[in-house]
Design a protein. Structure first.
Ligand SMILES: [Fe+2]
Ligand SMILES: [Fe+2]
Length: 277
């Protein structure tokens, strides 16, 4: 008897330490006795048809693709606020740093055509789900375990090398980690791995960390204008912003999850940018 979609979601929760399904993850069309899954970073309506044609009975997207994942996505952004507070950022500063982004995300979610891809999954009779925050949390834990092996006196270069030696995805990816603020020879000092919060916190979140005792912020991605602003403001202060790369960092949790699903008899095929371990 193969797994069902609920058991697959439950496994992701157990692996990541979540008690309930986060707002950015959902089962769009549930299914039982699943045997053959397609998993990828962005699996949308066209990919559902491809999956159907190729004989997959389940499609697992990492990023949200509709339904409650899209409509309630802004809720997970509050994890930035919680993470900042854990790292010593005052509550009011942390809330202020996220206020605009959460407002904008709410407007965006309200705009979204939330039943686009799920409507085709129903039509094609393919089981369809997305698992976002739990898989990112698994990836974040891997990065944290690597950071723990280092000392505050370790350099940015050593952190990057550590990540590459601990996580094969970083060796296999076609992107390199980038130091957008700081220099490879800088000491890392106090580090915040700012990931598994919905999306990156951009300028305001990195600034809040830098202003409150964090020396190195790790993002998996960051837009040009925010990176530039942070560089202009914090380069001279000896702060570091390391960008690990989007699809490669998303792949960390996805690959761990694939490994566990395969142990439970589900056959998985990677697509849409997943970097193999
Ligand atoms: Fe992700
Ligand atoms: Fe992502």
């Amino acid at each position: 008897m193969g797994l069902n979609t609920e058991e697959i979601m439950q496994l992701a929760l157990e692996m990541s330490g979540f008690r309930s399904v986060p707002a950015d993850s959902a089962i769009y069309t549930s299914g039982k006795n699943l045997k053959n899954a397609l998993i990828g970073i962005d699996l949308d309506a066209p990919e559902l048809l491809i999956a159907k044609q190729l004989g997959f009975d389940l499609v697992i997207s990492h990023h949200p693709k509709g339904g409650s994942s899209t409509l309630h996505f802004p809720e997970v952004l509050h994890r930035h606020t919680e993470m900042m507070i854990e790292h010593g950022v005052p509550k009011d500063v942390a809330e202020q740093a996220m206020a605009e982004r959460i407002y904008d995300a709410r407007c965006q979610a309200h705009i979204a055509n939330y039943d686009h891809a799920p409507s085709f999954a129903r039509m094609l009779n393919v089981s369809y789900m997305n698992i976002h925050l739990p898989l990112d949390e698994i990836g974040r834990q891997q990065m944290l375990a690597s950071v723990k092996k280092l000392k505050p006196e370790s350099t940015v270069r050593e952190l990057i090398e550590r990540f590459k030696s601990d996580m094969s995805e970083f060796r296999n990816a076609q992107t390199q980690m980038e130091v957008r603020v700081g220099r490879p020879e800088n000491k890392i000092g106090r580090v915040a791995v700012s990931h598994a919060c919905g999306t990156n916190g951009g300028y305001p979140v990195a600034k809040a960390y830098f202003d409150h005792g964090i020396d190195t912020v790790i993002y998996i991605h960051c837009a040009g204008p925010d990176s530039r602003k942070l560089q202009q403001e914090f380069q001279a202060q000896g702060k570091n912003l390391i960008i690990t790369g989007h699809v490669v960092s998303d792949s960390l949790g996805i690959n761990s999850f694939i490994h566990e699903l395969e142990n439970r008899g589900l056959k998985l095929t990677r697509a849409s940018g997943v970097v193999s371990p």
